[in-house]
Design a protein around this ligand. Structure first.
Ligand code: FAD
Length: 454
């Protein structure tokens, strides 16, 4: 089975989507000696990971600007494709962060592990919560753990239960930022299983965080030439067939149909596209899966990157950025100062700042970004340039019950059709790399078990 008609060549594994998930799957299949064809709808590989370097020296990221090292998969892949010497880390000398609360920029508390204070005094001194809210937050250490259960809960339910209602305003911008999530819908099991485990293991997050040593060394990594260096390096080392501008329309048990009607036969299919693209592709061959995948929700955001002359901003821009208290009631959710956070993102004496918004159209987001940089940071002039990232309907939502839904999706597919990536198994780049490689290994095992030669 699954051999070309002339029986001389094994059919390739078809990978749909050339973002970080699909590229990682291709790389892993290559390591396993399994032939593959990667089909990418657009003219570029990397998906959401894309870096633009302008003629006047700005390095602009479309989406990710760095990835976390706590999950080793992306750094490991970067080493394998020869990017070790290109690695950079967020600058320590500009590590300052601010918190916008009550219209005022205040210092972000120091000595935190994510959002958990490692000492009471610096958290009390920060003033990011009211005195009552602060004491309730620190009393988390005395709140008994929820009895062990398989039941999922939302981020809001978890935070309110452990840290008190007011804590949501502080924790949501930190914890839910990457998911652009509604905290009342975001699944703890899918997004933050480590906190559920810590609650069970140590009785409290404060106790657990203080008992476990902080990892030494950098926490995040990027590349001198921007995040686009990673898909670029993988792509340059792929020896299998890669077809750009090839949108897949349908997935079948024995291959895919691409735009124009051509059928590409395969021994297996790895679907590495977000849920909103995957559902229609599956609707004919796998209607039950299509229904389940179609039930996964996504949230909207818009990112606007602005370039300024340093002298046109009054504020000391030697900072990584700011987060906005969830109760501020403004569309701005966070700002990252790329020019200070990572080396080589802007020419000398220039500032590159990215503003994240929820609930705005791109043009309104641009006007709001200009207004907020003026209000909060004292910009005296218009930005020199700007770039949009339109992520409306493109942030996977990971609703409560997500892991069960994922299991149902997987159970509804045959062994030789896999689905994974940002909508399913973690949005961070390390998760996407792990998803791609894991799917490739699973497929290689299935093919070996069914006697398909590789
Ligand atoms: C604004 C923003 C900031 C982020 N910041 C970070 C960060 O700092 N750190 C971090 O770790 N993560 C970050 N992320 C998340 C991370 O970038 C993404 O989750 C990850 O890149 C997704 O990879 P993917 O391969 O699963 O999906 P995608 O990147 O979406 O790739 C899917 C690919 O499939 C292709 N495709 C779609 N339809 C078809 C079709 N019909 N046929 C063939 N191909 C198709 C697409 O063109 C695309 O290339 C951020 C995301 C956003 C939006």
């Amino acid at each position: 089975m699954a051999i070309h008609e002339n029986q001389s060549q094994p059919l390739p594994v078809i990978i749909v989507g050339g973002g970080m998930t699909g590229l990682s799957a291709a790389w892993e299949l290559q390591q396993q000696g399994v032939p593959y064809v990667l089909l990418e709808a657009s003219g570029l590989l990397g998906g959401k990971v894309e870096t633009t370097i302008t003629d006047d020296g700005f390095l602009v990221e479309k989406a990710a600007d760095a990835f976390i090292l706590g999950k080793p998969y992306a750094a490991q892949l970067a080493r394998e494709v020869g990017l070790e010497a290109e690695a950079i880390h967020p600058r320590e000398d500009t590590k300052k962060l601010y918190f916008l609360r009550g219209g005022r920029l205040m210092d972000f508390p120091g000595n935190l592990k994510m959002f958990v204070p490692l000492d009471d005094d610096s958290f009390r001194a920060s003033g990011v919560l009211s005195p009552e809210g602060t004491e309730r937050f620190l009393n988390e250490v005395n709140i008994p753990p929820r009895p062990a259960t398989d039941e999922d809960e939302s981020l809001a339910s978890f935070v309110i239960r452990r840290f008190g209602e007011e804590a949501l305003n502080f924790i949501v911008p930190i914890a839910a930022g990457i998911y652009v999530a509604n905290p009342y819908e975001l699944s703890m099991q899918a997004a933050f299983p480590q906190f559920l485990k810590m609650e069970q293991d140590y009785g409290s997050l404060i106790a657990g965080s203080r008992a476990t040593p902080r990892a030494s060394g950098p926490i995040f990594m990027s590349f001198k030439g921007g995040m686009g260096a990673l898909p670029g390096a993988i792509a340059s080392k792929l020896t299998g067939e890669v077809r750009l501008n090839t949108p897949v329309l349908r997935v079948h048990p024995d291959g895919v149909t691409i735009a124009g009607g051509e059928k590409v036969a395969g021994s297996a299919v790895i679907l590495a596209v977000p849920a909103w693209y995957a559902a229609p592709m599956l609707s004919q061959g796998f209607p039950e899966t299509a229904q389940l995948v179609g039930e996964l929700r996504a949230n909207s955001s818009v990112a606007v990157t602005l370039a300024y002359r340093r002298e046109d901003i009054e504020f000391d821009m030697n900072m990584h950025g700011l987060l906005v208290d969830a109760s501020e009631g403004i569309p701005l959710k966070a700002m990252t100062v790329h020019s200070a956070k990572l080396a080589g993102r802007a020419p000398v004496d220039h500032v590159l700042v990215r503003c994240f918004f929820v609930g705005l159209e791109p043009l309104d987001a641009y006007h709001e970004a200009v207004k907020e940089v003026e209000r909060l940071l004292g910009a005296k002039d218009e930005p020199l340039e700007h770039w949009y990232g339109d992520w409306r309907g493109k942030n996977p939502a990971y609703q409560v019950g997500h892991l069960e839904q994922l299991q149902r999706i997987r159970d509804s597919l045959p062994d030789n059709v896999k689905i994974g990536g940002a909508s399913f198994t973690g949005v961070g780049i390390p998760d996407c790399v792990n998803a791609g490689r894991s799917m490739a290994r699973e497929v290689a095992t299935v093919l070996a078990a069914t006697g398909v030669p590789s």
